[in-house]
Design a binder for this molecule. Sequence first.
Ligand code: F6P
Length: 326
Amino acid sequence: MIHKNHGNIAILCSGGDVSGMNAALKHFVEYALLCGLKPYFVYNGFEGLIDDEIQEASYKDVHGIIARGGTMIGSARSKRFLEAAYRQKAKENLDKQHIDKLIVLGGDGSFRGMDLFYKEHAIAFAGVPATIDNDIVGTEYCLGVDTALSVIKSALDNIRDTASSFKRAFVVETMGRECGYLALVSALTSGAELCLIPEVSYDLKEYEQSFQKELAQGRGYFLAVVSEGIKEESIMIAKWFEKKIGIEARVDVLGHIQRGGNPAVRDRLMAYQFVHFAIDGLLGGQNDAIVCYNNGYLNYKSIKEVANIQYQLDSTLVDLFFQNRP
Ligand code: F6P
């Protein structure tokens, strides 16, 4: 059913790109048009909003993009958007195109910026959590996480082949900033012997006896998954394996391969659901909401419930790995 004209709406990507953003852009264009909204892309995040990189979008812009990682409209981490004068410029650019609704795919920093923007200039917005770090309070899932976990899983499976062939320890470093979610889930799902994350304090000494014993009893290799946010450098942990456990060790920092790649099914589906809910919310009078996912359902949360609070890892996942370990 085609609805009456509901005005103009824009979408932008902010912060680290994630796989699934393109699926979100595709559904944004298609669903907006179906709802009687004229869709616009803002290229290059808030930077593009300030620099007037705003263009009307149509079906031809989103053909064939669902299977591509990253974002075809670009993303950025904008410092300028923190300044009121640049937000004023952004507002003028939106006014030129009569856009009064904006969807932002990004993290809590981007949502905080939008909250300010809404309060100053009454541009209604809906935030869609999108970060591989999965560190946004109030939502159990952020777009891109499943693809990142799949990439890490493939990397760990490949590394295990060499680890077992060479009788080595591998220290594999994942992204995640201060959040250990990627490392923890990857350690659990790859059967790693060691997992170090910022949320759980550790003392390598406490692993020495058991690891030495396991090696003497025939363990062929060790996989250690460590988060980039821990206090030690990965290279120090590899040295510890060599000196204290007595096994040759290597380090692999997975880096940005974790952010890209063919989007997993879950990310394509979540992209559609997040955007659908965001547009429905904006049309239904939600002006300043973050679309969250909890217990299998989407819901709207206020910025207060999402930003400025420290994300806590699910304690059952933490226990699953760390219970009965040193
Ligand atoms: O927030 C996503 C993330 O990939 C983090 O896991 C990582 O620490 C950071 O971005 C890397 O940022 P950049 O791409 O700017 O180097």
